[in-house]
Design a binder for this molecule. Structure first.
Ligand code: ADP
Ligand code: MG
Length: 717
């Protein structure tokens, strides 16, 4: 690369920020503390907002009760202690059109920050206090004496000693130094045209120094696209690499296949219900993957009760039909047992070909592998699994232990529930015989928004079960906020029990430790048995109950020997007791949305009307939003979208995106439609082959943002 060539990001990533004049050792440390070490970091340290001097609200125009932003000069500042010993700092603000008071509680340092004469931007809700306009705890951005119509405001750090105007000046210098050579443009012209994107040079310039807000928006769009494209490219590369480097089994779907011909047909014919259209569609999608030589890597999303189990069993039976085996891995023992019971019932009566048997066939065999199965029995199961005598293996991570060998593992279903990692899936995949990789179906019962799925699970193909089987009664969801409401709830529980139904009571969630959680469950149980639920048959289930006890309690509840099951979230997944028609969640405001939705899915599993009562106050606005949403809709995907709005993407990205934290500007909420566009372009650019060889610049750039290991894995091959 000659030094005249346009600048690539990789080059900027090699330039330390203290090469800029004005960044001395002290400021370099300050920048380091906010993650800015290189010039690239600095250029991607984006303004958090802009002060648009052409549109700013004048104090004379502010409306009481509304959120506004004003640029004002600080006048007198007072600092005193309130009667309940809180620090109270007040600052008189004026802008020539009027006066306003800013009031800060518990922020004594504001006195130092807001020197009389300082100009600053204040954001907040305006109210009227004793006749005067006031903002309480507004957000304050000092802007220095900067001119210009649009002033970028950078995230500033009082602690690190960074001011927005300093950052602005360094960014300006960096941009000036880049101006001569200009920025390299890694995107093909056709892509820029298709989405009407500005070039990278103008994008970096205008995000930092916009001439108008329209410029800033254009710039943001381009940079958002770049971020999303890099993530998608990495995911698509990973996907292609998996496809090209692994050898799978070409399963035969449909009837008349070798092995046990017609097993799938027999399975579907014996179901006590017709498949929903969504189930048929998804089964077809899976079968289309299974017949390919490339191993399947597919995510199955479906709301609680959408009938994922039947789909999973269909997939595994395609393997069995061809003489291979299927495995289903669940995250907990309770769930593995539920799956085991459910699957056994579903496949009851099916037979497979057998060479060991005079009649040439035997019953299809399902076994469970958990830590509970021990000693001799376990050894025998392992042997049978290795001999191919077991067709379907259901279990926890016990299934991925070293000593477990399959004769020929064909299809793996991982019931993920957000609890398994990529590594565990890989471990199960490695159980294929002779280097052959089994097909993998990952199931999740926690719907995630489409854009998030594309980002978090973007290396998988996605199928969605978006239809519930008929005959499920919608669950009435009631948020009981007051003591009176709560009294009604327990009355309702007793009356349902009186009518021969059953109820779940979910204990308050204590995340700090399992021990505390167990103690709280025991307390709750004791209180209820002596109080609200006196006289009823009540059982208790929590994480420390031994498997044997658990079995007894669950068995009793299932058979109707208990009226109420008090439990922790161990019942969140899989528990299927159709006669249970009431669920009470205590301190519901502590639970996450997805968790509450899962819990609610435990009722409404029969023709009877069911109800879910959420107890708890909504003093926290997020909790209020969550609980209201649950009352309003039963659609898991809609709830997932709302949840994304409430919590932001951080939580969704979680562990999966570790080391790939390149989304500085892009928001999976705001930029929903751009996720899809980025994916479309990533697929085009990677092409049919498996690399980015025709886009060397982009390739180098992705390397920059991937962790080292990932980069080695994806780019060097
Ligand atoms: P999920 O795992 O998606 O929450 P399940 O597979 O456990 O859902 O199915 C929920 C219930 O619906 C089960 O009792 C199952 O037997 C039943 N079911 C599944 N598919 C259908 C269908 N097509 N018609 C009627 N009932 C169905
Ligand atoms: Mg299920």
């Amino acid at each position: 690369m000659t030094s005249e060539a346009p600048i690539e990001l990789a080059e900027l990533a090699r330039r330390r920020v203290d090469e800029l004049s004005g960044v001395g050792p002290k400021k370099a440390i300050a920048l380091g503390s906010v993650g800015v070490e290189t010039v690239l970091d600095l250029l991607t340290y984006y303004p958090r907002r802009y002060l648009d001097r052409t549109r700013e609200a004048r104090i004379a125009d502010v409306v009481v009760g509304q959120e506004v932003m004003v640029l004002a000069q600080v006048g007198r500042v007072d600092h005193r202690r309130t009667r309940n010993r809180r620090d109270l700092v007040t600052a008189q603000l004026s802008d020539g059109s009027g006066k306003l008071r800013a009031t800060f509680f518990n922020q004594p340092w504001r006195e130092r920050q807001l020197k009389p004469g300082t100009e600053a931007v204040f954001y907040g809700k305006v109210d009227r206090y004793r006749g005067a306009l006031q903002m309480t705890n507004p957000v304050v951005d000092l802007i220095g004496d900067r001119t210009g119509r649009i002033v970028p405001v950078y995230p500033q750090s009082e602690k690190a000693g960074l001011s927005t105007w300093e950052v602005s000046a360094w960014v300006a210098e960096a941009l000036r130094r880049c101006a001569k050579r200009g920025f390299a443009e890694p995107l093909p012209r056709t892509v820029l045209d298709r989405f009407d994107l500005v070039g990278r040079g103008p994008a970096f310039r205008h995000i930092h120094e916009p001439g108008s807000m329209a410029d800033a928006h254009q710039a943001r769009r381009r940079l958002v696209f770049d971020e999303l494209l890099r993530v998608q490219l990495a995911l698509i590369l990973r996907k292609r690499l998996l496809e090209s480097s692994t050898r799978g089994i070409r399963h035969r779907a449909g009837s008349g296949a070798a092995g046990t011909a017609g097993l799938i047909d027999a399975f579907h014919a014996r179901l006590p219900f017709p498949l929903t259209a969504a189930q048929n569609r998804v089964i077809a999608e899976i079968e289309a993957d299974l017949v390919q030589p490339v191993p399947m890597h597919r995510l199955l999303q479906g709301d609680v009760g959408s009938g994922k189990t039947v789909v999973a069993v269909s997939a595994m039976l395609v393997a069995v039909q061809g003489g291979h085996q299927g495995a289903l891995m669940a995250p907990t023992e309770v769930l593995a047992e539920q799956h085991y019971e459910g699957i056994r019932q579903l496949v009851d009566g099916l037979t497979v070909e057998s060479t060991q048997n005079l009649f040439g066939e035997r019953d299809l065999r399902v076994e469970i592998f958990t830590s509970r199965v021990s000693g001799k029995e376990r050894a025998r199961l392992y042997e049978d699994l290795a001999d191919g005598e077991i067709d379907l293996a259901v279990g926890t991570h016990a299934l991925i232990q070293e000593e477990v060998a399959f004769r020929s593992l064909g299809v793996v279903v991982v019931d993920e529930q957000h609890r398994f990692g990529v590594e565990q899936r890989a471990a199960l995949r490695d159980k294929g015989a002779g280097g052959v990789v089994p097909d993998v179906l990952v199931m999740t019962a926690t719907p995630i928004p489409r854009t998030a799925a594309m980002t978090v699970y973007g290396d998988l193909d996605v199928s969605v079960l978006d239809e519930l089987p008929p005959g499920r009664t919608p669950v009435d969801t009631v948020w009981a906020r007051s003591t009176d409401d709560t009294v009604d709830v327990w009355r309702k529980v007793r009356s349902e029990v009186g009518a021969g139904h059953q109820a779940f009571v979910v204990c308050p969630l204590i995340e700090e430790s399992e021990k505390l959680q167990v103690a709280s469950a025991e307390d709750t149980y004791a209180e209820l048995v002596d109080g609200e639920l006196a006289g009823l048959r009540v059982g208790l289930l929590h994480g420390r109950v031994t498997p044997a006890e658990k079995e007894v309690v669950m068995g009793l509840f299932r058979e109707g020997g208990l009226d109420v099951l008090v439990a922790t979230t161990v019942i969140e997944v899989g528990v299927d007791v159709p006669n249970a028609t009431v669920m009470v969640v205590l301190d519901a405001d502590r639970f996450g949305m997805a968790q509450l939705h899962q819990l609610r899915g435990r009722v409404g599993r029969s023709g009877h009307r069911s109800a879910c009562y959420l107890l708890g106050d909504g003093t926290n606005p997020d909790a209020e939003a969550r609980l209201s949403a649950l009352v309003k809709t039963a659609d898991g995907f809609e709830l997932a979208e709302i949840d994304l709005d409430i919590r932001g993407e951080g939580t969704i990205m979680g562990d999966r995106q570790k080391g790939r934290n390149d989304l500085k500007l892009a928001s999976l909420r705001r930029d929903r439609e751009w996720v899809g566009r980025a994916r479309e372009v990533a697929i085009e650019l990677v092409g049919r082959g498996r690399g980015l060889d025709r886009h060397a610049e982009l390739k180098r750039e992705i390397g920059l943002f991937l962790g080292e290991e990932d980069a080695d894995y994806l780019l060097k091959s």
